[in-house]
Design a protein around this ligand. Structure first.
Ligand SMILES: NC(=O)c1ccc[n+]([C@@H]2O[C@H](COP(=O)([O-])OP(=O)(O)OC[C@H]3O[C@@H](n4cnc5c(N)ncnc54)[C@H](OP(=O)(O)O)[C@@H]3O)[C@@H](O)[C@H]2O)c1
Length: 307
């Protein structure tokens, strides 16, 4: 297929562009700077510099493509997660950007749109499993995700194929927050996001990338993209510590995270999310069944770098 990728230079995109090329697709990707254009070109993609908010220019760029993969986001770093204004750039990308992308895809006659979303939209469900029919929640940081999902549904209503991928908390080389968490683990600081017995659904970036590629053969729908075995927050912190060969001496913020209410709710709620529907629909499977295996691989790769 001929695919156009936005966000191809980000954490998920940086793994997705090579995965798409490896699968035999022809890839065009949005580049915001000459440096990013050079990275994309070195990977084998064709970079195009165009505004995410200019639907006419996007339509011209999308012409001749079979699918558009909208992976653009601008999330604040975890240290700025609780500052409301830090989410404005994300909201613009997710609300105005996804609107322009769908308008342009419709104008250009693109057949398929894949929209990134997050599994953190689901309500806390304790230790019970969550599938795509479970109720979602509306809280401030989720506003942009709901808008982006609505734009994907608008595309499907016109007869196109629209796939929404609700990713778990991603981790792996290239995700700044997980590189930061790994560095902290090496200093014996264990991060437990919420009650230790609550669940966290994660996805390694390698698996996120193959899932985006698999979405090119999915039918219209909403799909969870998470690994097979969500861990409890305590198990997740222990897996990270074990991968970093460090016993956690300090654990933060644990239950204290609940005090921040809807400013941290995407990270503190208990989400035991199932990937069964996506596996059945596409035949995709996760290389790293849980964060235990994924963090060992991540640690090996990060240790070869600067750490
Ligand atoms: N998603 C999670 O699970 C999660 C959880 C906790 C923390 N975080 C943290 O959040 C931070 C950001 O991560 P992220 O998920 O937003 O991904 P990211 O790695 O920053 O990638 C975002 C992608 O969208 C593009 N983009 C951003 N603004 C754009 C715009 N206005 N127009 C066109 N393209 C635009 C970026 O382009 P450029 O390359 O040109 O910038 C990049 O390709 C990181 O520090 C991450 O660690 C993420």
């Amino acid at each position: 297929m001929r695919v156009f990728v936005t966000g191809g230079t980000g954490a998920i995109g940086g793994h997705t562009v090579p995965a798409l090329l490896h699968a035999g697709h022809t890839v065009t990707a949005l580049a915001r700077t000459p440096e990013k254009a050079a990275v994309l070109a070195a990977q084998g993609a064709t970079p195009v510099t165009v505004s995410l908010f200019d639907s006419s220019a996007l339509a011209a760029a999308f012409a001749g493509h079979d699918a558009v993969l909208n992976l653009a986001t601008a999330m604040p770093s975890m240290t700025r997660f609780m500052i409301r204004r830090a989410w404005r750039a994300t909201e613009r990308v997710r609300i105005d950007g996804s609107t322009a992308v769908v308008d342009a895809a419709l104008a250009a006659g693109v057949e398929r749109v894949v929209q990134e979303s997050v599994a953190m939209l689901y309500r806390d469900n304790g230790s019970a499993w969550i599938d795509e029919d479970a109720p979602v929640d509306h809280y401030p940081a989720a506003t942009g995700n709901h808008a982006a999902e609505a734009n994907a549904h608008r595309f499907a209503e016109t007869g196109g194929t629209a796939i929404v991928l609700r990713f778990g908390l991603f981790y792996g080389p290239g995700a700044r927050h997980s590189e930061h968490m790994f560095a902290q683990a090496r200093r014996h600081v264990g991060l437990v996001l919420g009650p230790p017995e609550s669940f966290l659904s994660s996805i390694h970036l390698t698996d996120a990338a193959t899932a985006v590629t698999a979405a090119l053969r999915a039918p219209t729908g909403v799909f969870n993209v998470v690994d097979d075995e969500p861990l409890t927050k305590r198990e997740y912190a222990d897996a990270l510590a074990q991968a970093a060969y460090a016993t956690p001496w300090v654990r933060i913020p644990g239950r204290a995270g609940l005090l921040f209410g809807d400013r941290l709710t995407s990270l503190t709620r208990s989400l035991r999310v199932s990937n069964a529907r996506f596996r059945t629909a596409t035949g995709w499977s996760a290389r790293y069944p849980s964060a235990r295996e994924g963090w060992v691989a991540t640690a090996a790769e990060l240790s070869q770098g600067t750490l």
